[in-house]
Design a protein around this ligand. Sequence first.
Ligand code: AMP
Length: 278
Amino acid sequence: MEILRTAAAMRQARARWRTPVGFVPTMGYLHRGHLSLVERARSENRQVAVSIFVNPAQFGPGEDFQRYPRDEQRDLGLLASAGAGAVFIPSADEMYPPGAVTWVEVAGPLAARLEGEMRPGHFRGVATIVAKLLNIVQPQRAYFGQKDAQQLLVVRRVVHDLHLPVEILAAPTVRDSDGLALSSRNVYLSPEERQQALALPRALSLAQELAASGERDADVLRRSMKECLLRAGLLIDYVSVADAETLAELETLNRPVLALAAVRAGSTRLIDNVSLET
Ligand code: AMP
């Protein structure tokens, strides 16, 4: 497994590879969710590149950039076992050289709602780093988790709007046995907070059950989810029942729908989503 720390070295390695190349961008501190993307990429491509970069531009002031968990040695071991061919681990200066002033700004409602509203500038950071990484690695396919549903939609938008020659593929959310979606941030949770956090997948399952049993009023779903989250003592950033493509809030479940929520357990922010049967 090659380890590359500069864009030039990554490009040189890439130029030697046989195609197709699959790419999995991550912020590291890898778990089975990340590894499921690597395995999928491996099964569909000749070579797989993974990036590990905690992107400062997608964290707001007061967010957890400094304390975001990092363990490069452990990540490299996991990626070698998962069969990655290369790991790109650039420094912040490598990705944002001094003097860099060019950004990918996703205008319009998709990036403005939900995470975009709670975390101003977040998707500008995501769109910019994804465009840079795709430009350096030049994969045929890039793999993203449905866990970050809005990020996936924003990335698809960027790739389409900038005519980037890459296919974006989505992989299902990997969960722990208790239902909590795997996230690098779960390590922040105390045992009590982790118990509380289980209300997040519970609330989403409740929305799925209501939709499956014929409930078509989106407000009923939002209210039930909120109740479930508040009862567990979680703070709610948002609860949404939205069009699966635009993330516009719905009144009636009459098209492909996602239920999404963002909550805080203590100082840890968690997001999750599920698709609803309609
Ligand atoms: P991150 O390191 O959190 O930026 O995530 C890197 C990629 O892994 C993103 O495409 C995420 O959507 C995806 N991912 C994160 N958690 C999970 C999970 N539990 N299941 C599947 N994919 C995930």
